[in-house]
Design a protein around this ligand. Structure first.
Ligand SMILES: NC(=O)c1ccc[n+]([C@@H]2O[C@H](COP(=O)([O-])OP(=O)(O)OC[C@H]3O[C@@H](n4cnc5c(N)ncnc54)[C@H](OP(=O)(O)O)[C@@H]3O)[C@@H](O)[C@H]2O)c1
Length: 352
């Protein structure tokens, strides 16, 4: 790796950190961050997309840099837009700024726009480099990219289990299996999600509200969905009252066709990211239907035991080990006392 490659990566990392500042606020737009360096390589501007309708990251960073951008470099995590939306095309702002070079993390996911900005900027004589920290930049917006290309939400299945794969006692007690850092991370996932879904028994046993509670007064609550055919929850259940102006939704897709129809409807409503939070029967139904994109399982250093304790994935027993769903791009991280295992389901409907 050359010194300049190393510098590009360092700057892209800073642009990435800028993008993260919009976490949970930008939907249905992607998270984007940008950094501008002047002609001597010094950082002179930073910006990120704050929320849909607000200026994009590139004009924010270029405004921050002012005249110092002239002859400098713009680093941006996603290819700039080149068409009019709620804001003018960023390519025009980039051309007006006088930067000599643009470094892009990843290309636009929309096949209609993919590479368009690269061509416009290159044709205007700007040096363009793309694909710096590409995998990280793509993963940052994996839900957005999936939704753009498939018109249904990216589905993340998150569960907390003991080392022996249990999520609750036979009587339904499950709080708490994972530790406080893992539970903080779940709040972060709820901020990311446009919709959160649990099984009916999880509402019955946990009195789940499915809201973002941290930070307090968070402005955007996810659409709350319960997977049930009998929403007979008591009048005092938190699911009814937790978000006064937004009642919960009920649905119980089971076959792949039903799931795809259900998800397409959510996609049309602008739901890009759906978080499934269990329990085991909902997990099994979604996995068997082939609609889970990614899993995030927290594994606590505890053994519950018990033949009747509830399993992390319920459903009918498969006939053969070959029916196990393989995971790709696996990662293991330590979160406080727990392990977090993530991976992508190889059986998800719609991938080659
Ligand atoms: N540790 C974790 O991450 C975690 C996460 C979530 C929940 N939990 C715990 O898990 C437990 C609930 O999980 P769960 O797997 O029992 O239920 P669930 O997935 O929350 O809900 C299952 C739903 O499926 C239906 N159902 C119930 N039993 C079924 C069966 N044998 N076959 C087919 N469908 C069935 C019911 O639908 P109808 O409503 O239509 O009858 C029920 O509402 C609770 O104790 C909760 O505390 C733990």
């Amino acid at each position: 790796m050359t010194t300049s490659d190393f510098h590009d990566k360092q700057m892209m990392r800073l642009a990435f950190q800028q993008a993260l500042r919009g976490w949970g606020r930008c939907s249905p737009n992607p998270l984007v961050g940008a950094v501008v360096t002047d002609c001597s390589g010094r950082i002179v501007g930073r910006g990120y997309h704050r929320r849909a309708g607000c200026p994009h990251a590139e004009p924010m960073a270029l405004d921050d840099a002012g005249d110092a951008a002239r002859g400098g470099v713009l680093y941006v995590t996603l290819e700039p837009c080149s068409t009019w939306g709620r804001t003018p095309p960023c390519t025009e702002r980039v051309l007006a700024s006088g930067v000599r070079r643009v470094v892009v993390g990843c290309l636009d996911a929309n096949p209609a726009h993919r590479g368009a900005a690269i061509a416009i900027l290159s044709d205007a004589g700007i040096e363009v480099t793309s694909g710096v920290l590409e995998a990280e930049c793509m993963r940052l917006n994996e839900a957005f990219f999936w939704w753009i290309n498939h018109r249904r939400p990216f589905v993340l299945l998150k569960m907390a289990m003991t080392l022996d794969g249990r999520i609750a006692t036979a009587g339904g007690q499950s709080q708490w299996i994972s530790g406080p850092p893992a539970r903080r991370m779940v709040q972060r996932l709820r901020r990311w999600a446009d919709a959160v879904m649990v099984g009916g028994d999880t509402v019955r046993f946990d009195n789940a509200a499915l809201t973002v509670r941290s930070p307090a007064n968070w402005p955007r609550q996810p659409l709350r969905i319960v997977w049930t055919s009998r929403p007979d929850f008591p009048a005092e259940a938190r699911i009814w009252s937790a978000v006064p102006d937004q009642p919960p939704m009920f649905a119980k897709p089971t076959t792949t066709t039903q799931w795809l129809e259900f998800l397409s409807n959510l996609g049309e409503r602008g739901v890009m990211a759906l978080l499934l939070e269990g329990g085991g029967e909902l997990a099994a139904a979604a996995l068997q239907a082939g609609v889970v994109n990614k899993i995030a399982f927290f594994v606590a250093p505890k053994i519950l035991g018990g033949r009747d304790s509830r399993p992390v994935v319920g459903g009918a027993s498969p006939a053969a080990l070959s029916e196990a769903i393989e995971l790709t791009d696996r990662q293991v991280r330590r979160i406080g006392q727990d392990l977090l295992i993530t991976g992508y389901c190889s059986n998800v409907y719609g991938i080659d």
